[in-house]
Design a protein around this ligand. Structure first.
Ligand code: Q46
Ligand code: ZN
Ligand code: ZN
Length: 324
């Protein structure tokens, strides 16, 4: 960066952003990030000034940055952290989240999977014999949805950024998974049993969010989750990064043009999928009707049944098994 100047003020730059074909100083990087969030909120009708907002926080850069930006922009946003039981990774992630909330006087609620539901992510991965992210992601979605509805929140905010969304879109497109594609939107409206969900960081990259945290002095979990093994999104991100290096702006075009041009064509698919949902007979959450005609029980309740009474499995045990 030596010698390069900020596009706005001509002071020394701290970051180059090839997709904007420009360099920025710290102050104008923050301004750019704020403006991109404001634009996403406005373009996709994400939030109203008097909404009660619940932010899904993990202790990573994206969720702490989105909480910070919303707080700065004047939105009333509380945080919810879920203790996933992923060894030291979870302990450290919680500490960053708690310190962030304490320093700013923000309200943080914590739900511990093992204390409240009798399992953790490593144990769920061992019992289901599937990649840890599938039980983990499902559990998080269920708990955030329920907490938002029970707590009277208008909307759940997640820290998914442009890299995350483009990688998921890439995977769904490789498989032409129309059901997933039809739901891959920056805003999912509220419907029976589901709160409204929004992703204000869809116009910003991982690198920009890391820079936001550094400039703002936010300490966050820099380690990758050790249970991300087998998660294909990492290789999709690498593939997109190499395209982006050759052709800056490709990632944003891929995702944002999908949202503008393709997603509206999939609206019918979304509504037909909605019609297939029934209430779980155990917890009341919406779930797909079983083909067998049995009483519907949601994936979260089924996971709780399968893990009931199973001794906690250490993270290392699940990882070693994957490595063999
Ligand atoms: S926490 Fe859970 Fe992630 Fe770890 S196990 Fe996968 S989904 S990678 S965001
Ligand atoms: Zn500047
Ligand atoms: Zn249920």
């Amino acid at each position: 960066m030596s010698g390069s100047k900020c596009r706005v003020c001509r002071e020394p730059a701290i970051i180059d952003l090839p997709r904007h074909n420009a360099n920025f100083c710290a102050e104008h990087l923050l301004q750019l990030c704020r403006r991109q969030v404001e634009k996403a909120i406005k373009d996709y009708d994400m939030l109203s000034p008097d909404d009660r907002i619940l932010v899904a926080v993990s202790g990573g850069k994206d969720s702490l940055a989105v909480w910070d930006i919303l707080h700065e922009l004047g939105y009333a946003a509380d945080g919810l952290y879920i203790g996933l039981g992923i060894g030291e990774y979870s302990d450290v992630s919680y500490e960053f989240t708690r310190d962030f909330a304490d320093e700013r006087g923000l309200t943080l609620t914590t739900v511990d999977l093992r204390d409240e539901f009798g399992y953790d992510v490593p144990t769920a991965a061992k019992v289901t014999k599937r990649v840890p992210c599938s039980a983990c992601g499902m559990s998080k979605r269920h708990i955030f949805d329920k907490a938002a509805l029970d707590g009277g929140y208008d909307v759940v905010v997640t820290g998914h950024n442009l890299d995350d969304e483009a990688a998921v879109l890439f995977g769904n497109t490789l498989r032409w998974d129309i059901d997933y594609l039809s739901r891959q939107l920056p805003v999912l409206p509220a419907r029976d049993g589901f709160p409204k969900k929004v992703k204000p960081l869809v116009r910003l990259t991982e690198r920009e969010m890391a820079a936001w945290c550094i400039v703002r002095g936010i300490d966050y979990q820099v380690e990758e989750c050790p249970m991300a093994v087998g998660n294909k999104h990492l290789s999709y991100k690498e593939a997109l990064n190499s395209i982006e290096r050759e052709s800056p702006g490709s990632k944003a075009a891929f995702y944002l043009e999908f949202v503008d041009k393709m997603a509206p064509l999939l609206a019918e698919r979304r509504s037909s999928e909605r019609a297939r949902l029934l209430a779980c007979t155990s917890c009341g959450a919406p779930t797909t009707a079983p083909d067998s005609g049995d009483a519907p029980v949601c994936a979260f309740c089924r996971l709780q049944e399968r893990t009931a009474g199973v001794e906690p499995v250490p993270v290392e045990m699940v990882l070693n098994k994957k490595a063999r």
